[in-house]
Ligand binder design. Sequence first.
Ligand code: COA
Length: 256
Amino acid sequence: MNEHVIVNIAGPLMSLTMNRPDKKNALTNAMYGALADGLQRAHDDPAIRCILIRSEGDSFTAGNDLSDFAAVSAGAAPTERHVTRFLHGLAMADKPIVAAVQGLAVGVGTTMLLHCDVVCVTDQARLTTPFVNLALVPEAASSLLLQARIGYARAFSMIALGEPVDGKTAVEWGLARYLVSADGLRAKALAVAHSLAEKPIGALRASKRLMRDGAQLLQVMDRESAVFAERLKSPEAAEAFRAFAEKRSPNFAKFS
Ligand code: COA
């Protein structure tokens, strides 16, 4: 249980709602834990046939909580980093996942969408993966999946320059499936989720397993995680996290 993640089961549908709107739904270690538990439960419970990931407030999520990153960078890592369990759960999920995205989707907020099967976005959505701006590297197998989806040129601009992608462009590039108004987002995502829940689940799961190579994704994630962990401890990253906390631009000129 976590106050910032609401798990709701209604018939065949499990909704996982990020609920920390005052912090733009930035994801803490505890929130990753609750999301990972939700995915595991959806996997284990035969009554659940579809998962919906959504959030409260004006943003989908501002990505990993930067004070959590700063703590890891300073050597105060939690005993278990639940993000790994969450990302592995996404990579291995063979029940369909629908996402409803409004406003900002930063970092893992965008890379988790690469593991969702139907993504609905609003016209106000802004997808960004500013890993290099934070002196970090791509995660969630996005070093592979993002360029596979949108091509290297666009993927590199997103990862290295932090270029945002709006909702309309996300649909054009294949990062999302449906562009909807903010008012219609929830209804559209629920309608898609319910129609998936009515499909023959055996065929649906087998199709997902054929279309996504979970074992390969885990290998890519492990490779990324090793580099990510190194980068988190780097002086460059410490400067990036300090700058965010001090509400100023980072100065990377001193690092060679
Ligand atoms: N981690 C921790 N706190 C975060 C956060 C994050 N990733 N993103 C936003 N917040 C907090 C802010 O510190 C602020 O808290 P405060 O009210 O106590 O000061 C609150 O959420 C609102 O954010 P704010 O920056 O005032 O809103 P904004 O609309 O001006 O900007 C963002 C929103 C998301 C563009 C900006 O907050 C941002 O750049 N966040 C960092 C995103 C990021 O780099 N994520 C990691 C990706 S790997």
